[in-house]
Design a protein around this ligand. Structure first.
Ligand code: UDP
Length: 314
């Protein structure tokens, strides 16, 4: 294997830190760029090798790197609905200026660039499951618009750098992912349900719990991202687990995995909450020979075991 230098924006976040781990384990040099807005040094504290360094830099400003770079993985962004609602302008800026700077860096270094895009580009989808050819159904001025449109703009800019300037780019559309290092108060369904179940508190299902999501274990997701970065593919590719669950089914699965007898309570559904979501991963299977291996049940057990109850309860 050729050893590469990989720059990971958002490298101290949940997905970013797992990506740094995997790249270091493969023997690469890793430059983790993170301003620690929603990421944390705790996530990368264990990576103590000379091939790894953290650069405290906000990618919404230009970032100068004094060495060759082979891959730029652009993951930096608030990614949880409560974070992008709290930081709407910063979410728009990191998706626009941040992606511009990360692409500029990749162009200057002649690096392969991977944009971490999202299933949110499909909005509240009217086509099910979602294939990459679906254009989506997004409310640009709704509360989720700042994230969805920032990522859609990021995709447009990535394709423009590729087609107009010849930058070697890839776009991963990441579906709901979970695993150790998600913040207990990050607001997303799995860390919230685990925190509530482990503390024997009521599990808060929004709406009637009939909305669906498809949850991918982090190790599978990271394998997909690296596979895509190391392929020569340029068009967007869905990376996610196609096993689809209602939120009520998820709450039951969390109760079973934790052995909790928490009651399930129902709270108001957030505005523009997508009713269903399931990736069609035919393209990832075909071009990357990738598919997820970890079931929801196993992934929940692995999360509890690897993170530990204390970290999950927060
Ligand atoms: N959700 C819920 N209870 C919670 C947190 C989230 O029922 O305490 C629901 C939320 O309304 C959505 C689903 O879980 O329908 C997934 O939400 P999450 O924030 O994890 O991801 P996203 O909405 O971005 O897919």
């Amino acid at each position: 294997m050729v050893v590469s230098t990989c720059l990971v924006t958002g490298g101290a976040g949940f997905l970013g830190s797992h990506l740094c781990d995997a790249l270091v384990a493969r023997g690469h040099r890793v430059l983790c760029v993170d301003n620690l807005d929603t990421g944390s040094l705790v996530n990368i504290e264990h990576i103590r090798v000379p091939e790894f360094s953290h650069i405290n830099c906000d990618i919404t400003e230009p970032c100068f790197i004094d060495e060759p770079v082979d891959f730029v993985y652009h993951l930096a962004s608030p990614a949880s609905p409560i974070d992008y609602l709290r930081l709407p302008l910063h979410t728009l800026k990191v998706g626009s200026y941040g992606t511009h700077h990360a692409l500029g860096l990749a162009k200057f270094k002649r690096a392969r660039f991977l944009l971490a895009s999202t299933s949110e580009v499909y909005g509240d989808p009217q086509v099910h499951p979602q294939k990459e050819s679906y254009w989506g159904h997004v409310n640009p001025i709704g509360p989720r618009g700042v994230y969805d449109e920032a990522k859609r703009y990021g995709e447009a800019m990535t394709m423009a750098y590729h087609s107009q300037q010849g930058v070697d780019t890839a776009i991963a559309r990441i579906f709901n992912t979970y695993g150790p290092r998600m913040r207990p108060h990050d607001g997303r369904a799995i860390p919230t349900f685990l925190r509530q179940a482990l503390a024997s508190r009521p599990i808060t299902v929004y709406g009637d719990g009939s909305q669906t999501r498809s949850f991918c274990y982090v190790a599978d997701l990271i394998r997909g991202l690296i596979g895509l970065a190391e392929s020569g593919y340029h068009e967007p590719v869905n990376i996610g687990n196609p096993d689809e669950f209602t939120l009520l089914e998820l709450a039951e699965a969390v109760k079973e995995a934790t052995g909790s007898d928490s009651e399930i309570i129902f709270e108001a559904l957030p505005v523009d909450d997508p009713k269903q979501r399931q990736p069609d991963i035919g393209l990832a299977r075909e071009v990357l020979d990738w598919s997820p291996e970890v079931s929801l049940r196993e992934g929940l057990h692995r999360t509890i075991e690897e993170a530990g109850v204390e970290a999950l309860v927060g």
